[in-house]
Design a binder for this molecule. Sequence first.
Ligand code: PEP
Length: 252
Amino acid sequence: MRKKIVAGNWKMNKNLQEGIELVKEIKALCDADKPNCGVIVCTPFIHLASVTPLVNQDIIGIGAENCADKESGAYTGEVSASMVASTGARYCILGHSERRAYYHETAEILKEKVQLALANNLIPIFCIGEVKEERLANQQNQVVKAQLEGSLFNLSAEDFGKIILAYEPVWAIGTGLTATPEQAEDIHAFIRSLVADKYGKQVADDCTILYGGSCKPSNAKELFAKPDVDGGLIGGASLKAADFKGIIDAWK
Ligand code: PEP
C-alpha cells in the first residue's frame, strides 16, 4: 500500500533556534490532533542533529534537502549522505529544481546522490518536473520521463521501491500558480504508468507520488483528492506550523 505523505521543504530559511521552535510547534499540533498521513520535515543540514531527538520519527520524519554526490574526502563545504544519516535523519530531498538550476545538478550527479542516499539508508524524496517553456510546448511528459530514466531507472525494483517521487512543475514553485488538480492527476498518472512499464504494476501501485508547487491549506484538499496524488511537498507553506498542519489536515 502506498503511503499518503505531507513533506515540508524549508529551503534556506530559519536559523537554528527558529527551526527548533518550528519543529516543536509542528509536533505540538500533531500531538494534539493526530495526522492521517505521514509527515516529513526537511530542514537545512544545521538543524538536523538538533531536531531529530525532538520528534518520534514514526510520526514526524526528519530529512535533509540535499546530500553530496561523493562518499567522503576533500570536498570543502559538502555534506555526505552518511553524515546526514548520522544525525538520525531518515529522508533526503534530491533533484529539487533549485538544485538543478542554480547548482547545475545533472541527471548523472543525481544518480550518484540517490545511490549514496540509499546506501546510507536514507529515503530519497526525488523531485521531477518541467519548466514553464516546456509546459507551454506540451513537453512535460517527455521531461519527467527523461528525469526518471536519467537518475532512477538504473535502480533495482527493490531500491526503486524505497523512493518517494515528487512531481513539482517549476512554474508552480513559489509562484502562487498551482497546477490544477486535473493537470496534476494527468501527469501523476503518466509517471505511475512509466514506473509500471519499468518495474511492474505492483511497484507502481506502491509508489508515493507527491505534488509540489504553491500547495497551501486552501488548495491541498482538491489536489489530494485525485487518485494518483499521494500528498504534497510543501515549500513556503511549511514555514508556518498552522499552514503546514492545515495541509496535513487535507487528508482528514
Ligand atoms: C518546493 O520548493 O518544493 C515547493 C513546492 O515550494 P512552494 O510550496 O513554495 O511552491
